[in-house]
Design a protein around this ligand. Structure first.
Ligand code: AMP
Length: 403
């Protein structure tokens, strides 16, 4: 890497999509952002937005066969803006990798051995790790000389004590199959808990925070002095809160009941709980804007879905309050957490005894900035902190290659 190499490309490769951002780490400025979706279909689409002077959004539609073709198309778009991947200014490529197991507690330069370990984790992340691996391989083929860094969704949660991470099942069986709670959205929980400390004017080591990452996927975490001590997602991202399409917590016996009584296969139950449950299963919609609109029109199904969503959220706030003992802030982030004021108000309603209060006027403000929504007198801060997983991946990648 040359001294002038200050750019980092962040790649988030899904099974049929690639999200990307190119950042200049001198000032964390975004130079370009984009998305390739429906890879492998006839109707693939690339949306590229250069954020340098004079840039405007560009779109390509038509078949993009695979991740290699997708990344080539991205490279062409970047080159068009004078930001090509062959530039000596590119310092590294940072990859979001969903599952790092217990081995990876920090960002890691990708070697053959690291790749082999990410592959070994495919059985515990069958939907995510294969796509991440494809993205890494493609990027390596394009720039074999460049450091490629894996930033793991699970890493922030590796500080969880065994009491929180272990399921109470037979230890030999659990260990043989690496069954334990890993947690996900770690990059977001790390970023948001740190930014919350900053908002409070404190060092992360001084504060205890409950982070509520409420997007289409949703998870809560309890962070003590900057370290995660519990989180709501488990072996997979299915456990915990009610999500857009995932059930979150259910009695595990539901699965064998469905097998024995409803004659459903394991794969069908997997699809039911991951894709057809949560808000969509309860009321047919997973977009909180639509659910709120329906509630305003008197729709009872939408109202019940909202109430179930809030009930679960409240249970986790209470549980993590007890886990932490002392809480300095409860913070909302991601699509729902950052935008849905009624969710924030309902989640802490009635929790005044715990020191949790939301100021209605502050809560109603729409803003992209990190902000407090609790009144000045509140014992516990309630905050909204926009998450930025790409910036966090870029920061961690850049710090590692400059270490
Ligand atoms: P994410 O996964 O973080 O991108 O969050 C996506 C979800 O955020 C969507 O499914 C919506 O439910 C929710 N969302 C986005 N914008 C709004 C908004 N203005 N009001 C309420 N919910 C929103």
């Amino acid at each position: 890497m040359t001294a002038s190499a200050t750019r980092v490309l962040v790649l988030n490769s899904g099974s049929s999509s690639v999200k990307y951002q190119l950042l200049d780490m001198r000032d964390s400025a975004r130079l370009a952002v984009g998305l390739v979706e429906r890879i492998g279909e006839e109707t693939s689409r690339l949306v590229h937005t250069p954020l340098t002077d004079g840039g405007g959004k560009r779109e390509r539609t038509g078949p993009i066969a695979d991740h290699e073709a997708a990344l080539k198309a991205v490279a062409e778009e970047l080159a068009h803006d004078g930001l090509g991947l062959d530039s000596p200014e590119l310092a590294a490529i940072g990859h979001r990798v969903v599952h790092g197991g217990l081995r990876f507690s920090a960002p890691t330069v990708i070697t053959d051995e690291v790749m082999a370990e990410i592959e070994r984790l495919v059985p515990v992340a069958p939907l995510h790790n294969p796509a991440n691996i494809t993205g890494i391989r493609t990027a390596q083929a394009m720039r074999p000389d460049l450091p490629q860094v894996a930033v793991f969704d699970t890493a922030f949660h590796t500080t969880m004590p065994e009491s929180a991470a272990r399921y109470a099942i037979d230890v030999e069986t659990a260990d043989a199959h690496r069954i334990r709670r890993y947690g996900f959205h770690g990059t977001s929980h790390a970023f948001v808990s740190r930014e919350t400390a900053k908002l409070l004017g404190k060092d992360p080591s001084e504060v205890n925070v409950i982070v509520l990452h409420l997007g289409n996927g949703a998870s809560a975490s309890a962070v003590r002095g900057g370290k995660c001590v519990d989180t709501s997602m488990g072996l997979t991202p299915l456990e915990g809160l009610v999500m857009g399409t995932r059930s979150g917590d259910v009695d595990p016996a539901v699965t064998f009941h469905l097998e024995r009584v409803a004659g459903m296969s394991t794969d069908e139950i997997d699809v039911l709980l991951n894709k057809k449950s949560g808000l969509v299963g309860l009321c047919g919609d997973n977009d909180m804007r639509e659910i709120r609109r329906r509630i305003d029109e008197g729709d009872q199904r939408a109202l019940l879905a909202f109430e179930i969503y809030i009930h679960r959220l409240k249970k986790y706030i209470g549980a993590y309050y007890a886990v932490l003992g002392r809480v300095d802030a409860v913070v909302f982030t991601a699509g729902v957490g950052e935008n849905a004021a009624p969710v924030r108000a309902a989640a802490v309603e009635g929790l005044e005894e715990l020191g949790l209060v939301v100021d209605a006027d502050l809560n109603a403000v729409r803003s992209d900035a990190a902000r407090l929504i609790s009144p000045g007198y509140a014992r516990v801060a309630v905050a909204v902190v926009p998450t930025d997983e790409e910036l966090e991946i870029a920061r961690q990648t850049y710090a590692l290659v400059n270490a």
